[in-house]
Design a protein around this ligand. Structure first.
Ligand SMILES: Cc1cc2nc3c(=O)[nH]c(=O)nc-3n(C[C@H](O)[C@H](O)[C@H](O)COP(=O)(O)O)c2cc1C
Length: 199
């Protein structure tokens, strides 16, 4: 299958087969893949929390709005968090960067408000979501990106101090009866000519 066919085939799973296990090596590959996500000035302001433990997954599912059932059924939940304590991030991560990148971060920090800086960092984490969704499909797994989670409650449950959850991704095998499967609900997108310009 070429990459276009792969992307045409991926869809957002709304129901999972709770009994079909993901081979652990695929989960380990996904960890490596997310770590390799590119980011502006290679800043890598993220934490990826892999939740397979059913009790922890169920706790998080209970504070996940309309996504509760999916998270309980899916074998894996990945929580994507962003560095939120910027001083701690600078001390622990940025200080280990090569000099020129350290200076770049300092400049960005000096010339932007904290709010803008945090928006910029969060954008980098979204790149990892794109990588994660595509990689899951490439590994024959189904997935669900989920902004519909109570991030403050996630932060408390996960006992996070310097990072803040932004969104999550459920991963597993989509259920046969999932009405969001492409056979039932074909992909819906704006037409190519409206979103792509060729000059
Ligand atoms: C950042 C982001 C957040 C999303 N949040 C949710 C969510 O909380 N629950 C859900 O069921 N789908 C969620 N989706 C799935 C989108 O609705 C879906 O990707 C879109 O409708 C396109 O459909 P497709 O992924 O099946 O091609 C989210 C997608 C993205 C990219």
């Amino acid at each position: 299958m070429n990459i276009l066919e792969l992307i045409e085939k991926r869809y957002t799973a709304k129901k999972y087969n709770a009994n079909k296990e993901i081979p652990q090596e695929k989960i380990e590959d996904l960890k490596q893949i997310l770590r390799l996500t590119p980011s502006s000035i290679n800043i890598q302001p993220w934490k990826f929390t892999f939740v397979q433990n059913p009790e922890m997954k169920s706790k998080l599912a209970s504070v996940s709005m309309h996504n509760t059932e999916k998270i309980n059924q899916a074998q894996l939940l990945v929580v994507f968090s962003v560095a939120d304590n910027l001083d701690a991030f600078e001390n622990e991560v940025v200080n280990e960067f090569p000099q020129f990148r350290k200076e770049m971060f300092h400049k960005i920090k000096t010339y932007n408000s904290e709010a803008d800086l945090k928006i910029w960092l969060a954008k980098q984490v979204y790149i990892a979501l794109g990588v994660g969704l595509t990689a899951s499909a490439a590994m024959g797994l189904d997935s669900t990106a989920m902004e519909g989670i109570e991030t403050d409650k996630y932060k408390t449950i996960l006992n996070m101090k310097d990072y803040k959850p932004l969104f999550a991704m459920a991963v597993g095998y989509g259920a046969e009866e999932d009405a969001n499967r492409l056979e039932v609900t074909p992909k819906s997108r704006r037409v190519l000519e409206d979103v792509v310009e060729t000059i």
